[in-house]
Design a protein around this ligand. Sequence first.
Ligand code: CP
Ligand code: NVA
Length: 312
Amino acid sequence: MQRQNHLLTLKDWDSDRIVETINTAIKLKKELKESGSSSRFRGQTIGMFFEKPSLRTFTTFQVGIHQFGGMPVELDPGSIGLGKRESIVDVARCLSRWVNAIVVRCFEQKLVEQLAEHGNIPVINALTDDFHPCQALAFGQTLLEQKGSFAGQTIAFIGDGNNVANSLMILAAKLGMNFTLACPKGFEQDSALIEWAQPWFNKHGTKYRVFNNPQDAVKDATVLYGDVWVSMGQESQKDSKQSHFLPFQINRELLDLAPSECKISHCLPANRGEEITDEIMDDLKVNWAFEEAENRLHAQKAVLWQLMQPSF
Ligand code: CP
Ligand code: NVA
């Protein structure tokens, strides 16, 4: 597979590149703790285009770019009017003349793909309706740090077959882990994506499974993963979705059905009392969500390093 100089979805990255990025993230984390910031990206500017709200992704990209000696430039979607005030092609061409990369959080996956197609700088997907690759890389880093290996892991995603579930499933497919989705009927992942992933699961001898109840899904899980039931942009579906998802809460009773070494993670933000209880959120012996949030910083710096290194 030819190395594409973007991170649009982890589907495009081969397994070696994913592992290399996770290992780089672990090295950068150690380096930051031991020697502080570096000046690797001095003189580099990185555009940040966010159409949806964000705490973690926005902050960690900004902080990471600063720690590398570069400068993030916030691009205001309201003012740019992408595809309305100006065509995507022209915006991509202009940005390519000024900044060294762009980090994009938007609704349609097509938009990050179009920016990548029409510009000539790396484009990083910071969450779309379909994928959240930076989250999956930070999860991979956390998993490796906490469990020491990808082999033998079974990730049970409890909730909607959404963007985060998709990226975690791709990570599992590429790195040889089992992936289980527990969701109400009708909220499964896109069948084309499952079809794409199946040869990867076959290659590694791992399993992709779907259950319509969380109890069966957790039985052999090594990590339970949670996310909001209603993703950004789906606010109008809140009432109908919530009624379907009520039985799919990560709580002590569910965790007790899983093997004793099973841990919990969540991409955050969490709706405490909905998809995950307060008690589990605050049990920091089993809940890795804050380690994973910390690792967003290191994993994304490793992504920038992967994509921008050739330009030095
Ligand atoms: N997990 C995550 O992407 O968080 P934000 O939406 O706050 O960036
Ligand atoms: N699925 C969630 C993830 C938030 C980080 C959303 O898209 O809103």
